[in-house]
Design a protein around this ligand. Sequence first.
Ligand SMILES: [Zn+2]
Length: 184
Amino acid sequence: MPDLSPAASPTALRPITCYRCGHSAPVSVKAMSVFCKKCQQRLVLEDLRITGSHPGRELTTCGNVIIESSAKLHIQRVVGENVLVRGRVVATIVARGVLEIARDGCVEGDVEAARVVIREGATVRGRCKIVAPPQPEPPPEPPAPPPQSELPVEASAVAVDAPAIPPASSLPPPPTILTRPKLD
Ligand SMILES: [Zn+2]
């Protein structure tokens, strides 16, 4: 039996941008990770919340990253859609959307985001770069439709006063007139 529950909608998609090669593609909203079709790298899609340290060199996701006030991160790179820093981070931070450094947040490293919000009391030691948000690859252009008039034409409202001529087939056949020579 197929699962027909309405909650499981495998067709729901959201656009993601590969944080390794920049390739954009729609993925299922339910996917937790996906392989980029272009660079074949595995991409993390889920939101990450860091409360302590992180064992790897990178913290990368297409989702959001929250670095809580209890966190002490010392890694190379943090990449996410939106990044919120409440704790201490020594790393380069790249956010495709908004990077927010909260009141007690502390970042040592260069930061790059479409929008950077630094709250009063936050510390940033590094360069700050504001970049335009990535533009999704435009879908292939359909062929341009022929130019149309500005006003919509309501075909149903156009009354055609057709002359009341019945179709020829409904006319009676013309009378056949036989003429006989007069017999005198
Ligand atoms: Zn890629």
